[in-house]
Design a protein. Structure first.
Lengths: 580, 115
């Protein structure tokens, strides 16, 4: 090691001793600062900031012990080796020197070799300390930066992935506040036609790389869910996007749940997440294991987004989780696993919610609070009609902005009738009007009723009576498929026309199809002679809905030309919403 | 009393090596320094201040050991002990011996300087 030039403070009241010591130290190549007593030593220490201090124990004005305490206090975090110069031989006196903050002794007579060795040793220690404390400072600074960056990233992420309808009374979830940096994401959104879409994802890896994929997934999910796209559509889009942007070896295990409370149906897609659980109101449970590869692996053509359909009833509950639940470990290294879930569900008190039972059991099992921060768990209660919290997007300020006077026509023809649903596109156009955005459910219902009627009863001529029996239902759908292959020359044409009205606006929707139409003048609902006994019929229900939602409904021509007027105004909807 | 030598030749040779040109200054400083301290010993003794006596003896002891005057250092140590136990009679006797030994050391050191 190369000898470094150090600044060394010598405090000794004996001129003789000081002379000898400074001569020795100068010959070692160091710079000497001299003091003749303790007070002067403290003063010089303050002024000159020496690297090492040599202090005589007994000095007039202020002795070495006291000077040592002052010097150590002045040095603070810096390590300044402090060596006592002494001819003391009493063990107790020596011990007092160390208690006062001394690091070592040099006894008289001074020995050049020992002095050199000690200075070298303490210089090494001093430099090691400096290195450590500057590294420590760097680490603290980096950590502070990292936390700050995470907080900022988290805010950006929250703006993209607002909680959607995760706060609905029928959803329970656990996710750590920084879960996105564990690679976990959880989204839920109401669907325009009712019901909800829930997505739970778990990206490979941790930290920023895991979080970065979450942004596009959030955007796709919320953007598409709001426009009425199905879970399968959203999955296809997410997979395609992730496949394109994520490097090989990075992917997202995920599950999509599409809940239709009206039909009592859950559609579930599980790609490499642990089994999803359906716990029936009566107690038995059904496991929905992963049947797919994670998202972001398969090219779009090979990607399967068929969702499993499960019939559910109010009182049933669904649990979906990331593998953090199964992999929670106790201090003996055992994993919670599937048996852990099964056990806590079986042994839970009758009134304990399965979600609470599992979360509590995992926490107790792992016995460490931080363990639960690497898992995400979501529970969905099947209810009759869940109260959805108001959509965060409010038109209040921007209601007058956006398009108010417009007209568009959209026609789909022939084979496309079977391949493509124009509803998300049409809904998207309508929702460009800020005032219609909070009414997306009604608009979607209007458009989908018109479209389904035009397609199934108009173009395909399927009799709605078939749907009344279980056999007929199957026949209805197989016939639907068959007839969709024979739609040459057929079309469905939508004309949308929006105008401004005082305090709101009017949307006129005309839906025409190439079908044979129907005898609307004798239809009980259209003619105004309301016949309750016929109401449960599907087609009847649809018409009833259209009548209820719109200001007026008119049939023209052979009955294959329907016109609906939908009026909206600012005041009607806003009072009951969330006025932000 | 003590069988230690007046001067430690080996230690002095090393000092000469370390101090180079400043060796003379060192010896002069030591002589002046020690003379002051012996005077302090005497005044502490006449004031009956045993504590000050012990401290001064302690300091003198340090520089005597460093300069290579072991016998004088030994006497200083005994004086320090006497001061600590407030034995002023013994202290008084030792001051006499210290003065005597110091005179011997001075003449030997001056011999070194002349060389």
């Amino acid at each position: 090691m190369t000898q470094r030039n150090l600044r060394i403070l010598i405090a000794d009241d004996s001129d003789t001793d000081r002379l000898i010591l400074q001569a020795i130290i100068k010959r070692l190549g160091h710079q000497v600062i001299e003091a003749a007593d303790g007070l002067e030593a403290v003063q010089k220490f303050r002024d000159e900031c020496p690297d090492i201090v040599l202090l005589d124990a007994l000095m007039p004005r202020m002795d070495g012990m006291e000077a040592a305490r002052h010097i150590k206090a002045l040095a603070g975090e810096r390590l300044v080796p402090l060596i006592f110069l002494t001819s003391l031989s009493d063990a107790e006196d020596l011990a007092r020197c160390l208690e006062a903050g001394g690091d070592d002794f040099l006894t008289k007579p001074y020995n050049r070799v020992i002095i050199e060795a000690k200075i070298k040793a303490f210089d090494r220690m001093r430099r090691m300390h400096d290195t450590l404390s500057s590294q420590h400072e760097q680490i603290c600074e980096r950590n502070r930066q990292l936390l700050e960056e995470q907080a900022i990233a988290r805010r950006v992420f929250d703006n993209v992935a607002h909680t959607g309808c995760l706060d609905s009374p029928n959803i329970r979830y656990h996710a750590s506040p920084l879960s996105v940096f564990n690679g976990d994401v959880l989204f839920a959104s109401p669907r325009p036609a009712g019901g909800m879409l829930i997505f739970l994802g778990d990206f490979t890896g941790h930290g920023l790389p895991a979080a970065i994929g979450a942004m596009p997934v959030a955007e796709i999910f919320y953007g598409m869910a709001r426009k009425g796209f199905s879970g399968a559509d959203v999955l296809r889009e997410i997979n395609q996007k992730l496949k394109r942007i994520l490097p090989t070896g990075m992917f997202c295990c995920g599950a999509m749940v599409e809940a239709d409370f009206k039909l009592g149906q859950l559609r579930v897609w599980n790609g490499a997440l642990p089994e999803a659980w359906i716990i029936r109101g009566e107690g038995e449970s059904l496991l929905l294991p992963s049947r797919h590869l994670p998202l972001g692996i398969l090219p779009p053509k090979q990607f399967e987004c068929v969702m499993e359909v499960v019939q559910v009833r109010p009182g049933d509950r669904l649990l979906v989780m990331t593998d953090g639940v199964l992999e929670a470990a106790n201090d003996r290294g055992e994993l919670f696993g599937l048996p852990g879930i099964r056990q806590c569900l079986e042994h839970r008190q009758p009134h304990t919610h399965p979600f609470d039972a599992v979360l509590e059991a995992v926490r107790q099992f792992s016995d460490r609070a931080d363990e639960s921060d690497d898992l995400t768990l979501v529970g969905l209660d099947i209810t009759d009609q869940p109260d959805l919290p108001a959509e965060p997007e409010q038109p209040s300020l921007s209601a007058l902005a956006g398009p108010t006077e417009w007209r568009c026509e959209y026609e789909i023809r022939e084979r496309t009738l079977g391949d493509f649903s124009p509803l998300p596109l049409l809904l998207h156009i309508c929702l460009e009007v800020p005032g219609l955005r909070t009414r997306s459910g009604e608009i979607y219902t209007l458009l989908s009723e018109l479209y389904n009627n035009a397609l199934e009863h108009g173009v395909l001529q399927l009799p709605s009576e078939w749907k009344h029996s279980a056999d007929g239902f199957g026949k209805y759908y197989s016939e639907r498929q068959a007839r969709l292959a024979r739609v040459d020359g057929h079309y469905i044409r939508f004309s949308l026309h929006h105008t401004r009205k005082p305090g709101g606006g009017r949307l006129r929707v005309v839906c025409e199809d190439s079908g044979a139409g129907f005898d609307f003048s004798n239809h009980p609902l259209v003619s105004g002679r309301d016949d309750e006994s016929r109401a449960p019929r599907y087609a009847g229900r649809g018409l009833l809905l259209l009548k209820r939602l719109s200001r007026s409904i008119k049939f023209r021509g052979k009955g294959n030309h329907v016109e609906i007027i939908y009026d909206w105004n600012f005041s009607a909807h806003q009072g009951d919403g969330d006025d932000r | 009393m003590t069988d230690k030598q007046h001067l430690d030749e080996e230690a002095l040779a090393e000092l000469q090596d370390v101090m180079e040109d400043e060796f003379d200054v060192l010896i002069q400083t030591y002589i002046i320094d020690s003379r002051d301290r012996i005077a302090s010993l005497k005044s502490a003794l006449s004031a009956g201040d045993a504590d000050a006596f012990a401290k001064t003896a302690h300091s003198l002891k340090g520089s005597c050991i460093n300069i290579g005057a072991p016998r004088l250092g030994e006497l200083c140590m005994e004086a320090e002990q006497a001061g600590k136990v407030s034995d002023l009679t013994e202290a008084s006797r030792l001051v006499g011996e210290i003065e005597e030994e110091f005179a011997a050391v001075i003449s030997l050191l001056e011999g070194l300087l002349v060389r």
